[in-house]
Design a protein. Structure first.
Length: 372
């Protein structure tokens, strides 16, 4: 699959091109920059506007084969002279313009109030523009404003509103390269949410594979699951990242369709990694005294809720719920080691709470829920 280039690479290339045109005084159709990954990026330069003291131009985002919502967006850079008389040592001042978000919550790459232009893109922009300044022997400060027309609408399709970035997209990237369907990007989003939770003073990291069961958690425990970190299928990695962030307690809440896999030690619950839900539920039934016929029915079930109905029919739902939670507790805390304590609450849409491991009640209370 074809790789692409990040918004950070686009912003750095546009800024470099604008700086060259500002100091050299004529148009250019393409530019080249080196990405942190060591790959040379040579985009075309679009929509050029040259004024007496500023130049504005754009680079079109190419996400390669990644389904990125910013693919095809124009990333603009406006480079202008600062009012310093040209006497200062070379400096680059970076600002966010229209369509670039502003950080409103702590725990992100940039402090609250800053434009959501991350550290590596800022470093790339600064390095490329300074190189141009040295080439043309320019002394003083150049102002670089990054903007993205339509960025606010694009941001509504990203994690930005959830993370507290308002008014537009983020200018991001650590390597300068977009890897198609990048697991790294998903994990980085989880890491950011964990860091943000820690920065906002959370005592317990509450994590959930998604918002499935949102209404159940609100009704039963007065807890808004939307406040939880969304760990997707990456249970094990989330435990690791929570420990790295300094959390000592983590509460995992989720539907049994995902979490029953953890009772078999599976830490990535995506179906392409492992799908032995019925086998695990059948094994639990056998341990809890179910008949051979019930175990066979469970193995033939197409969903965990259908399999749970077999528990109910046999009258072993409480024993099986406890058995599954004991094994979930074992594997979660085996992964965590002595770094933090992990508790779990597992529910099903039709049947409500299936079970909770030791410590779940106390952790939920600390997180602001009500265990009843």
């Amino acid at each position: 699959m074809r790789k692409g280039f990040t918004t950070g690479s686009c912003a750095a290339a546009a800024a470099k091109a604008a700086a060259v045109m500002l100091l050299r005084g004529n148009r250019m159709e393409s530019i080249g920059i080196d990405t942190p990954a060591g790959v040379r990026y040579k985009p075309a330069i679009e929509d050029i506007t040259i004024a007496e003291s500023s130049v504005r131009c754009a680079v079109r985002k190419d996400a390669g084969d990644d389904p990125d919502v910013t693919d095809g967006a124009l990333i603009y850079a406006t480079v202008s002279f600062a009012e310093d008389g040209g006497e200062k040592e070379e400096a680059v001042e970076i600002r966010g313009g229209s369509g670039v978000g502003v950080v409103t919550r702590p725990g992100l790459d940039q402090p609250v109030g800053n434009a959501a232009i991350n550290t590596v893109p800022r470093e790339m922009i600064t390095a490329e523009v300074k190189e141009v300044m040295e080439t043309f022997d320019h002394h003083g400060t150049l102002l670089v404003e990054i903007s993205v027309p339509g960025g606010e609408e694009l941001a509504a399709k990203t994690f930005n509103p959830r993370l507290g970035i308002e008014g537009g997209i983020s200018i991001i990237g650590t390597t300068g390269i977009v890897e198609p369907m990048s697991i790294r990007a998903i994990l980085e989003t989880i890491r950011v949410e964990i860091s943000q939770a820690k920065a906002m003073g959370a005592q317990v990291l509450v994590a959930s594979p998604g918002n499935y069961g949102l209404e159940f958690m609100r009704t039963r425990f007065s807890y808004d699951l939307d406040r939880a970190v969304k760990c997707s299928n990456f249970i094990g990695e989330t435990i690791d990242m929570a420990a790295d962030a300094g959390f000592r307690e983590m509460l995992l809440c989720g539907h049994m369709g995902k979490l029953v896999k953890v009772s078999g030690g599976i830490m990535n619950t995506h179906s392409r990694e492992a799908d032995c839900r019925m086998e695990l539920m059948a094994a639990s039934a056998i341990r809890c005294g179910a008949s051979r016929e019930t175990a066979a029915h469970i193995l033939e079930s197409v969903s965990t809720e259908e399999a749970y109905a077999c528990y109910l029919a046999e009258g072993i739902e409480k024993r099986c719920g406890d058995d599954l939670m004991d094994r979930i507790d074992l594997y979660l805390n085996r992964r965590a080691g002595d770094r933090l304590r992990v508790a779990c609450m597992m529910y099903a849409g039709r049947y409500g709470l299936i079970g909770a491991t030791p410590g779940a009640e106390e952790m939920l209370k600390k997180a602001g829920g009500v265990f009843r």
